[in-house]
Design a protein around this ligand. Structure first.
Ligand code: NAD
Length: 295
């Protein structure tokens, strides 16, 4: 039976540790209470759910939190003005503009507007560049969460063959970079598959650690992996389910029931990477407020 990489339990531990550090360092060093501001443009439902999870985590640790919900028709100028106001507010330490943005807004330009020292999502080109050269200011939240989850269970990527499926700026690309850095959680041999890769199963069968981050329900089948693989499933897919109150359930990109008997360890969906993403975000907010949050 595979070990379950329990991101929910680990994220609770991380929150407790951050709470302790907040208490200690705000007293000893006179640091301010960390404050996160989030912005959402439009009504994207998953975004609303993610922001609520971020708010809950912040409030549980004891951060200040404010959410701005802007109308779908918000223009670039209006969003720029709102971002600039938060950039200039010294009581706010972290600013996160939730993606996806409506298609009339330029997401990359918006990320460039966020003050780099408040960019707790690590999307600003300056912070991406700092990561690239091996001196990260913040950890990209999902990639950092995957690495911390592996390390917590004793699965150091160093020297391992890691296969990532997906090359997005949010997950696949920063994870590939972090896993090949000469640093804690890195030193892996990394292969990235994507929508144009041919014969993906032949590649995934070589993986010691497999990270699907695509968004296709149960795409990774049991015969795509070798015995003893470690699977960190990032995909979040909604499958209609009349037995659930909300009418759907969440499943990953990996066919859990087929893979679990062959795997050494597997991070389930839900309860694996999702809560870890939020945990890394909260660490970034504390770092932005001047706290030492450890490694
Ligand atoms: P995206 O749509 O930006 O990227 C998907 C990637 O998958 C692309 O790079 C594409 O090349 C690749 N891809 C598409 N079809 C493919 C195919 N048939 N074979 C191989 N590769 C293919 O998505 P994203 O933002 O990176 O998110 C990916 C998944 O991860 C989604 O389900 C998303 O909900 C989930 N996600 C989870 C978290 C979390 O915290 N758990 C965070 C971010 C994203």
């Amino acid at each position: 039976m595979a070990t379950k990489l329990d991101g929910k339990a680990l994220s609770e531990k991380i929150r407790a540790d951050l709470k302790e550090r907040l208490h200690q360092q705000s007293n000893e060093k006179g640091l301010p209470i960390p404050f996160l501001t989030t912005m959402q443009v439009g009504e994207d439902l998953p975004s609303t759910v993610y922001i609520r999870a971020k708010q809950r985590a912040c409030e549980e640790i004891g951060f200040g939190f404010r959410h701005y919900k802007l109308p779908e028709e918000t223009t670039m100028d209006e969003l720029c003005k709102a971002v600039t106001e938060v950039n200039n507010d010294p009581t706010v330490h972290g600013l996160l503009v939730q993606s996806p943005l409506p298609s009339h807004l330029d997401e990359i330009e918006v990320q460039r507007m966020v003050a780099p020292e408040k960019d707790v999502d690590c999307f600003h080109p300056e912070n991406v560049g700092m990561l690239y050269i091996g001196r990260p200011r913040f950890q990209p939240c999902t990639a950092g969460g995957i690495i911390e989850l592996l390390l917590a269970y004793g699965y150091d990527p160093a020297g391992k063959r890691v296969v990532i499926i997906g090359r997005s700026v949010i997950v696949g690309r920063p994870l590939a970079l972090m896993m090949m850095l000469k640093a804690r959680g890195g030193n892996a041999t990394v292969t990235v598959c994507h929508s144009r890769t041919t014969d993906i199963p032949a590649i995934t069968r070589q993986a010691d650690i497999l990270v699907p981050a695509v968004g296709i329900t149960e795409m990774i089948k049991g015969d795509w992996v070798k015995e003893g693989v470690i699977v960190v499933d990032v995909g979040i897919n909604r499958v209609p389910d009349a037995t659930k109150k909300r009418g759907y359930r969440l499943v990953g990109d990996a066919a859990f029931n087929e893979i679990e008997p062959k795997a050494e360890a597997i991070a389930p969906v839900p309860g694996g990477v999702g809560p870890m993403t939020v945990a890394i975000l909260t660490g970034n907010v504390m770092r932005a407020a001047g706290y030492d949050v450890g490694s």
